[in-house]
Design a protein around this ligand. Structure first.
Ligand code: PAF
Length: 282
């Protein structure tokens, strides 16, 4: 696997893939790779000849009091995992390469509508940072397909809307959530959990499953279901941020006659913020 850190080396490698007639799948990441990221690379290999991965801890998507400096950076271990998975190229740019004049001076791509609820309400500006950097990375790598995990379902919907609205010539592919054996969704932030918090953490997924079961059994009062789930999470030691049932296409609050819905949860355990979701077709 080749590793490039600047635009001219990236362009040179991409030109070689193109000359060989290879299609490309792109997996943008912030590094600290786990089995969930590797499943995205594997999907890429199933869909295209060549998989390009980026590792860039994007300062624009972190709020002032968030974990940008503490975010785990594990480049050599990531390179080893990508190599073993069969990725052809890693693009690991510096902040200067992406934001030569600084983050504040950079053009932003803002996706309206989907970004002011759920994580967008708790993390103002977060999705503006995500859509801006993903738009730029898509323009730099110009892949046929770009692949994102469904753990960040809101992010996936934001990116799909951006690609549709801006007619970006790329197909967006979502991949289901990779979980630990006890059900905890894999996340780079799981490494922040203490052993005691790690024991409690699968409770987030269990709360989603219980809520889904109530809905499948005919429960119609979604607001009450969400309130109950938040109370149970609090009792288990979480500090819930949101627990909401929304339509999975436009993120409007779901009603009992909607057929395609998703249950979204975010909660803190100690200092660690965890998110998860469950998609339901009724
Ligand atoms: O999901 C992530 O890791 C990031 O939000 C992404 C898509 C790589 C943009 O920085």
């Amino acid at each position: 696997m080749e590793v490039v850190t600047n635009l001219s080396a990236l362009n040179e490698a991409l030109a070689r893939f193109e000359a060989a007639g290879n299609s490309t799948a792109f997996v943008p990441t912030m590094g600290n790779l786990h089995a969930g990221h590797i499943s995205l690379v594997e999907r890429g290999l199933a869909l295209a000849d060549t998989v390009v991965v980026s590792i860039f801890v994007n300062p624009m998507q972190f709020g002032p009091s968030e974990d940008l400096d503490a975010y785990p950076r594990t480049l050599q271990a990531d390179i080893d995992k990508l190599q073993a998975a069969g990725a052809a190229l890693l693009f690991a740019p510096s902040p200067d390469c992406i934001y030569p004049d600084g983050v504040a001076a950079h053009t932003q791509v803002i996706v309206p509508g989907l970004t002011d609820v759920l994580c967008g309400a708790s993390r103002p500006g977060h999705f503006d940072g995500v859509s801006s950097v993903v738009c730029k990375l898509l323009n730099m790598v110009a892949p046929d397909i770009a692949i994102f995990g469904e753990k960040d379902l809101q992010q996936l919907l934001v990116i799909r809307k951006m690609v549709t609205d801006l007619c970006l010539p790329v197909r967006i592919e979502g991949v289901g959530i990779a979980r630990d054996t006890d059900g905890l969704a894999l996340s780079s932030r799981n490494g922040y959990l203490s052993p005691a918090e790690r024991e409690v953490a699968p409770g987030l997924q269990h709360s989603l499953q219980m809520c889904a079961e109530h809905i499948r059994n005919g429960a119609q009062n979604f607001a009450a279901l969400c309130q109950d789930a938040k109370s149970s999470l609090s009792a288990a030691g979480f500090t819930p941020d949101y627990f909401e049932i929304r339509r999975s296409n436009d993120l409007q609050l779901a009603r009992p006659d909607d057929t395609s819905i998703a249950i979204f949860a975010a909660a803190k355990l100690g200092k660690t913020r965890l998110i998860d979701n469950l998609q339901l077709t009724l």
